[in-house]
Design a protein around this ligand. Structure first.
Ligand code: SF4
Length: 236
């Protein structure tokens, strides 16, 4: 894990979060590109927020790194979304893989680790690769929205991630799901078609299930029945 000091102090980040609360997502993203340059990185999971942010990066921050943490066990529709987006938008795209392939993970930790110890599986396939990406970065741009779940309700547009020594920038923090769809439709942006089939939130195949309209929040179909709500990338 990075031990680098964050590039801004907690007081500076608080002040920026207050000032940016009423600013548009484009303004926040453009500020991050200007302030952090090549040390800012957007991570994408190819859900609807990624569609918005890749489009927006191409408009207001075209040189920004766009990184996929590819667990190797994502839905075909998710990989198709990636292909459509990077074909359409000339962004600086990188794909980061876990240290272990799925076969190597099975040999070392046993088959279907996600069923027995999802935290360990996410640690190998998501958290460690993210650490590798952020070790060379000062700012991490994410598609987190407050509306997604109770664990994300207090997210701000600018936060300090003390654990990783980076500033987290969340331009869509105050966007509703309706805002996201309105933006996608207005600009004709490719999106993950699983969203049309009962998947408001999409992760790895074994840990994502469709939900009906009465689900308590958008992320109700992730790790359903396990009590796990986050993969370890977000939250302290
Ligand atoms: S979401 Fe599931 S399969 Fe994907 S890394 Fe986490 S535990 Fe493993």
């Amino acid at each position: 894990m990075s031990t680098t000091a964050p590039p801004l102090t907690a007081a500076e980040v608080d002040d920026l979060a207050d000032r940016f609360e009423s600013r548009t997502a484009e303004h926040v993203l453009a500020w991050a590109a200007e302030r952090f340059g090549e040390r800012a990185v957007l991570t994408c999971s190819w859900q609807k927020q990624s569609s918005v942010l890749v489009h927006m990066v191409s408009q207001v921050a075209p040189g920004m790194r766009v990184v996929e943490l590819d667990t190797g066990i994502l839905f075909p529709e998710t990989y198709e979304t990636r292909e459509k987006l990077i074909e359409r938008y000339p962004v600086q795209f990188e794909r980061v893989l876990p240290e272990l392939t799925l076969d190597e993970q099975a040999a070392k930790h046993g088959e279907r680790l996600w069923e027995r110890d999802p935290d360990a599986c996410c640690g190998i396939r998501k958290v460690a690769p993210l650490r590798q990406v952020l070790d060379g970065s000062d700012a991490w741009i994410t598609g987190i929205r407050r509306e997604q779940s109770t664990t994300r309700q207090s997210s701000r547009k600018i936060e300090l991630d003390d654990r990783r020594g980076v500033v987290k920038v969340q331009p869509l923090a105050d966007w509703t799901s309706r805002d996201v769809w309105r933006y996608i439709w207005r600009h004709g942006i490719p999106y993950n078609l699983l969203h049309d089939h009962g998947y408001p939130s999409i992760g790895c195949i074994p840990c994502t299930t469709p939900v009906d309209g009465s689900a308590p929040d958008e992320r109700a179909g992730r790790w359903q029945g396990t009590g796990k709500v986050e993969c370890g990338l977000h939250g302290n």
